[in-house]
Design a protein around this ligand. Structure first.
Ligand code: HEC
Length: 166
């Protein structure tokens, strides 16, 4: 081993020792940091616990309540519209309204008897639509199909009125 090899070995050993010290510093620093952590609960177990106590511990007042109500409403309004939302008045009339309005069941004004409609038509189309949407006396709201949209009922009433006026 000549002189240069000796110098190299010395520096190389120093480097290795330095790296070992550095490793130890990192290990102890990591242990220190870990000790600083606030122990947290298992998030999955926490979720299960919350779900279990939900019915009795759920708060349905104030902000939380409003959020719950809004979520429930969103779910209801997300129901698919009847007849795939199609705006075909004849399809809707035949399936929903004809049961009463073709036979006169429950005292409903029959479609092809214009005399039964004179007074009703005098109210104007908006009042007719609103009564069909909300129901009136024995006429159930939307003819009993609450999944019809207001617009679907409107086109159907407009179609019925057109039939009466023929
Ligand atoms: C269960 C029977 C029944 C069904 C189904 C029904 N109706 Fe009626 N409808 C009635 C009766 C009864 C009346 C008369 C109510 C009254 O004025 O006392 C009426 C009245 C109406 C009127 C007149 C309202 C007014 O202001 O005079 C319209 C318009 C109408 N129905 C539209 C519809 C449409 C559109 C549908 C289908 C989506 C439908 N109805 C389904 C029973 C029914």
């Amino acid at each position: 081993m000549d002189h240069e090899d000796g110098v190299f070995m010395k520096r190389f050993s120093l480097l290795i020792i330095g790296m070992m010290v550095f490793t130890l510093v990192i290990i102890f620093y990591a242990l220190y940091l870990h000790g600083q952590l606030v122990p947290s609960e298992n998030p999955i177990r926490e979720e299960v616990k919350l779900a279990r106590i939900q019915p009795s511990a759920g708060v349905y007042a104030g902000e939380t309540g409003r959020a719950e109500v809004a979520a429930a409403a969103a779910q209801t309004s997300a129901l698919p519209a009847a007849y795939g939302g199609r705006m075909d008045p004849q399809e809707i009339y035949n399936n929903v309204c004809a049961a009463c309005h073709t036979t006169g069941a429950a005292g409903s004004p029959v479609l092809n008897d214009a005399s039964l409609w004179t007074d009703r038509l005098a109210q104007g189309i908006d009042a007719l639509v609103s009564n069909a949407v909300n129901g009136i006396n024995l006429m159930p709201a939307k003819g009993g199909r609450v999944d019809l949209t207001d617009d679907q009922v409107r086109v159907t009433v407009e179609w019925m009125v057109a039939q009466v006026q023929q």
